[in-house]
Design a protein around this ligand. Sequence first.
Ligand code: GLN
Length: 548
Amino acid sequence: MAKKNNHKYIFVLGGVMSGIGKGIATSSIGKILQASGFRVNLIKIDPYLNVDAGTMNPTEHGEVFVLDSGLESDQDIGNYERFTGITSTDDDYITSGMIYKHVIEKERNLGYKGKCVEAVPDIVNEIVRRIKLSEQENRSDISIIEVGGTIGDYQNIMFIEAGRTLKLKNPRNVLFVLVSYLPIPAKIGEMKTRPTRMASGTLNSYGVQADFIIARSSIKLDEKRKEKLAISCNVPEKNIISAPDIESIYDVPVNFEMDRLGNKLLKSLGLKPKNKIDLTEWKDFVFKSKNTKKTLNIAIAGKYFDTGSFVLSDSYISVIEAIKFSSYVLGFKPNLTWLNSKDFDRTTKKIDSLKQFDGVIVPGGFGETGVEGKINIIKYVRENKIPFLGLCYGMQLATIEYARNVLGMKDAHTVEINSDTTNPIIDIMPEQKKKLEKNDYGGTMRLGSYPAVLKDGTIARKAYGVAEINERHRHRYEVNPEYIQKLEEGGIIFSGKSPDDELMEIMELSQKKHPFFLGTQFHPEFKAQPLSPHPLFTEFIKACGGKK
Ligand code: GLN
């Protein structure tokens, strides 16, 4: 652990526009500094006023990534965990909402002792306090802090100001990395540096000088433009890193290292690498991801795809990545098809199109839209022996489908959709019910890591290879305890249960009846990583590849 006053901070800021890969740049910097022997912690700052990401619509904000603690955070944290293998804590995620809430509560409790409370310095001080909590919690040497939004936004100024004040105290300990975009307008046909120079200028007007520029563009930056950026943005040429579009996000740390970014950052912070940066294992994974030939056709049936005219697969990013990791280790290339479950609400001939898939996933979800479609899809894959993986809602709906179509409980349902059903197979637990009655939606879910005990001789037990697991949850409803005996007698195997036997964590069908039919109440995708793919996804992919 670094000496107390010698902790290092790297602030990652965005220039020109959003969506250019600031999160991946942050994750990659974390990865290479970690590989050089330092303990790092990665912090995501979201400048919105929501206190967490839990109440946000995934089509607008992407996936809600749940931490072990249950904190509902931003999808960028998912990338941090996948790149670095770090298990994030509550302190690694900061929103303006959290900061303001804390300051206002402190003011109400006379925490400021009668003083006038102001954005500067009180909000800024609270941001710095939160950043320090994260570094202490992680006992890290270097904090890498991604400030959400783009330079010039009104919302993120306080966070940049926090970085500036940290640098003022200890100039050698703080770096600012500007991830910026250089467009090549179609009609002009050449790469333009002006927007990045404007972003750098705006940053200067905050009293902050970028130390590094990561120049994102569709192609490599040429020498002429590098020079131009160096002079106009006041950044040494060697600290301008060209970051062209590439095939896979997992290439980014490797590319950064080709430019020796790790050593350059360390040098600027007055540090020497503790060991030679070795990304061999990572490179193997990237190599496999590009050199697998056998294709698997996998369908994901959900509802969060259409925002206007384009598909937003960001809502399921952890699921997609989990599929990829397991496919690559087994030598497959997954070819994903998005099924809009609404299209299957009524049984039509269309259902037969499912035949073409090697496997089908029904991921998590909320509400009524497309639910009957998902149930129809599950019925089809069960009857036609197509490998099936249900995640959270997918597991609940698989249980409902079985109750309806195999056990004859025609109106079996979840009370989330039909509270009057005579067969509430999926129901709300009593404590949650009380909260919902008070409209307290923010705190009504089972969130975060919970243990489950696995039953011998099942797919789950075989896949994990251990008898007890911990997985992350995010749901309000559970399999109704009153139906468990009936469901088990009817053929459902609950292969994972909470240690007190109350909550059903995994359901599966015997492999004598179906090659792979399994659903989890939790979200295994949150713990899938490139270098340690998730065992349940791997078993699923194995089954999908069965015939190949
Ligand atoms: N809507 C379901 C519940 O709240 C499932 C949630 C999910 O899939 N994350 O229990």
